[in-house]
Design a protein. Sequence first.
Length: 339
Amino acid sequence: MNKSKIALKWNIFLLSLSLPQQTHADVNMKEASYFRTWIDHVIKRDRRDLKVRRTYKSRSLFQGVFGFGWCSDLDTNIDIKESESIELNDCHNKNALRFIKNKLTGNFTNTDNARDLIIFDGKTYSRRIHGALDQRFSPSGKLIINKNFIQKVEYTTDGLVREILYADQSAFQYRYLNKNLIEVIRAGRPHQQYEYDNLHNLTTIQYSNGEIERIQYDSDYDRVAFIKTRSGCTETYDFKLPDPSNRNHFVSSVIKKCPKLPDFKTQYEFWYEFNSLAQLYLDRVKIYSGANETEISYSSENGMATKVQTAQPSRTAAFENYIKGKYHEIYNPETQTTH
């Protein structure tokens, strides 16, 4: 294993040691948004788990194939540009992949990978990577087959997923109201049920075992305010500016209360700065979790962590970045070693 890969693994390892364990629900404390990922079905093949992830996020303007606020592995589509090029888009990546038509073969080739092709057979577009079928798209660009573990995807007239048929013949149906996903059905029975407010924010989740999670938002800023989890715990959220004139420094906190357990508070403090290109970036964050205190500093160039410092136990890890996006050295002053 080369030096950069070892360093990157140390980066992730030290970050996991320094960060406090998440003690609250799936809330982005930087954006005050609620998020949750579901996997309806998993097929094991060649030591891999093949699955479709669908992630809901409040305060989002995105409308995917599962409705408002949902981003999924099925939110992949192709956009045919006057038959000479194709753009492949998905909601996980900001930058689309571009495929250029080969005038001799008629196939479309990924501009970054010559072995990544899209082939049109007159009916559908098939994406093949290193010769193997990866995805198949309808003439309108919608994903209909994914990695051979999804046999068929059917859509409503609004372009929302109505049914997924997997290779093992498991089938899931999806119901909507006002373009909000309200029910996932498996074998004719509700798998999950959802409710929303008038701003498409998810407010209620009911699971197949009858457990319910409820989320409340403040009416002024649309931020998460209160959650009652399926286990019966409550979480109260607060977001504020220590100095109202400085919107680049703010504090978010959550107090968690569970039956027969002491209350627990976690607080996050964020500082933003402008880099040399006049772009706003997260400069550092300080996390107070019980008796633990963690401070993380970030690069103004790529947003990656450059320093992690904890108070309990006292420890500092510094990361040196030689190649953009990849760490080649990690220096720990406590042990005076370089990895």
